[in-house]
Ligand binder design. Structure first.
Ligand SMILES: Cc1cc2ncn([C@H]3O[C@H](COP(=O)(O)O)[C@@H](O)[C@H]3O)c2cc1C
Ligand SMILES: O=C(O)c1cccnc1
Length: 348
């Protein structure tokens, strides 16, 4: 059995006993029952994930993957492809969106190259390069089935390395010029809808080019005919290396009972792939924010997730996940430190 099969068959439901214990404590805190809303949901979820009444959420990391995309040559992205390799070193240096937000919330950024189109080693970036970008999915499969399994397994491996180092909360992020195109393709296949419904401007494509982007996705799906019930087939035909690796992190965290914080649109595509491989991994997911990209609602509805924040963000990188780390820690702190009715006299 390979690593992927082994991990995916070792994902179990959350511990009901500790979910109930957390609910009991939350209901005893000096507030109307349920009035802390999603703070309460997060605490119950964490209790069920860790199988414990007390947990430490202070050691956290964003694992971000970068890769390039052959479909870039179809004119579906507004920026030069070399921004992928120029920007990625800024992740760990704390200079870009996810870098600064992670610094601010006290999270580490683990930056991993799974397929950037460059020959040189990037500063502060782990080298797991599969190859220098996927093939153009508008002309054939983006990658082989073996490569799809490989990027999922890289995600699992990096997640398990982080978990071994003591990280208790992990978020996923990415960099890859043009990667909203394969993301929309994955969402369109799994959501069984026309690409136009789930295709947007990405990093700032001119509105009048969105129909062209959707038509490239439609053509790629028709040509490659991915099996909507086989996540590895979808990933190999219309996916991307960084998207597969992010899905691997979702599976790796779930099998190791660690919460995994989704970021924006590209992370939804990764989460959908992981969900297709084993639907139980949804119980380990926390959706950080509602991306402004169309296709967001559709993706989150399929997995049945309700995001913590709505900030009109559409950056990616892991920026929204980093921001939500603060909410997760605030939830845990409140749950552990708020007084109960037994401790404070409210005349009740
Ligand atoms: C400077 C810059 C920094 C970014 N950081 C994240 N993205 C985001 O935009 C890209 C996806 O959008 P599209 O599919 O339209 O290319 C990804 O790299 C994503 O992480 C960026 C994009 C740019 C230009
Ligand atoms: O929602 C996102 O994460 C996103 C949207 C557009 C481009 N890059 C990322």
């Amino acid at each position: 059995m390979n690593l992927l099969e082994n991990i995916s068959k070792n994902i179990y439901s959350l511990d009901e006993k500790y979910i109930n214990k957390a609910k009991e404590r939350l209901d005893k805190l000096i507030k109307p029952v349920g009035s802390l809303g999603k703070i309460e949901d997060i605490c119950m979820q964490l209790a069920g994930i860790y199988g414990s009444e007390k947990f430490d959420t202070s050691k956290k990391a964003i694992i971000a993957f970068a890769g390039d995309h052959g479909v870039y040559e179809e004119g579906v992205a507004p920026d030069p492809q070399n921004i992928t390799y120029l920007q990625f070193p800024n992740f760990a240096k704390g200079l870009c969106g996810v870098g600064t937000l992670s610094k601010f919330v006290g999270a580490d950024v683990v930056a991993v190259d799974v397929g950037i189109n460059c020959d040189h080693k990037l500063d502060g970036v782990l080298d797991y390069k599969i190859r220098k970008g996927t093939s153009n999915m508008a002309k054939g499969p983006a990658m082989s089935r073996e490569e799809a399994i490989k990027c999922l397994e890289i995600g699992i491996e990096v997640a398990e390395d982080c978990i071994e180092k003591g990280y208790k909360v992990i978020g996923i992020g990415e960099m890859g010029i043009c990667n909203t195109t394969p993301s929309s393709a994955i969402i369109s296949v799994i959501g069984d809808c026309d690409p136009l419904e789930v295709t947007g401007i990405g990093a700032g494509l001119k509105k009048e080019r969105v129909a062209h982007k959707a038509s490239v996705i439609r053509k790629s799906i028709e040509l490659n005919n991915p099996n909507p019930n086989d996540a590895i087939d979808i990933l190999s035909k219309v996916g991307g290396f960084e998207i597969g690796a992010m899905a691997g992190v979702v599976l790796g965290c779930s099998a190791n009972r660690i919460p995994v914080v989704l970021d924006g649109f590209i992370s939804y595509a990764a989460a959908l792939l992981a969900y297709k491989i084993n639907p139980k991994c949804r119980e380990y997911m926390i959706a950080s924010h509602l991306s402004a990209e169309p296709g967001t609602q559709k993706s989150l509805e399929i997995i049945n997730l309700s995001p913590v924040l709505n900030m009109d963000m559409r950056l990616g990188e892991g920026s929204g996940a980093a921001l939500a780390f603060n909410i997760i820690e605030a939830s845990n702190y409140t749950y552990q430190n708020m007084a109960t009715y037994d401790e404070v006299d409210l005349g009740k």
